[in-house]
Write a protein that binds this ligand. Sequence first.
Ligand SMILES: O=C(O)CCC(=O)C(=O)O
Ligand SMILES: [Fe+2]
Length: 235
Amino acid sequence: MGKFFDFFIHRYGFFAHMINNDLFTTPDRLFIEQDSWLFKGYAAQSTAWILPALREVLRYSPLRQMQVPGGHRMSVRTSSCGSLGWISDLSGYRYSEIDPMTGRPWPEIPAALLDLVSTGAAAADYPGFIPDSCLINCYRPGAKMGLHQDKDEQDRSAPIVSLSFGLPVTFMFGGLNRRDPVKRFPLEHGDMLVWGGASRMVYHGVAPLAQGEHPEIGALRLNLTFRRAGGEAQH
Ligand SMILES: O=C(O)CCC(=O)C(=O)O
Ligand SMILES: [Fe+2]
């Protein structure tokens, strides 16, 4: 009865939450795995302010294809905002306070996005989540991200909150070992995926993006991944 019971408890919890919160655009959250939830269309009605804010961030710290330690470049174009940004180069993966492309600190995470994400995390039972890093991933058709764990963060008690916009993609949600079975489900425009707790270190990735044209975003998928990368002292 485990999952069935869980479903009812969380369903009830969700509606209780909704009464006090009108930010939600869809009245549901879907159980993915222990401590992990999918909120369909959570941010779909917020693109009128999210996209201009993002454009501003990317004017300051542009998208680029980072080099991985093996030498080739990622198919995904990335940038960051927040006090720490995720970077990759020949010497490895890590977080940096400075954008290596501009030599300046990363731009701030727009305040309204912080609010949206903290509210979303709370609805997934992670109250008080304040990310210090937002990785911006931009996929063109064909771009993908292989199965990996997010393990460059110091504070693994915090969840990961991910918002997707534009073209749909197949998300792969595995287990704690690379060979564990992988659940596959679509991430579509406005979806929010929150994972943490017992699932914080799961292997995950996205399948190659299929061709298409999204009415608002064009032939792209944008993914914003909010994390707590530094220790408690980082804000
Ligand atoms: O694009 C996505 O949905 C996943 C991104 C991701 O896993 C990462 O940036 O670490
Ligand atoms: Fe990841």
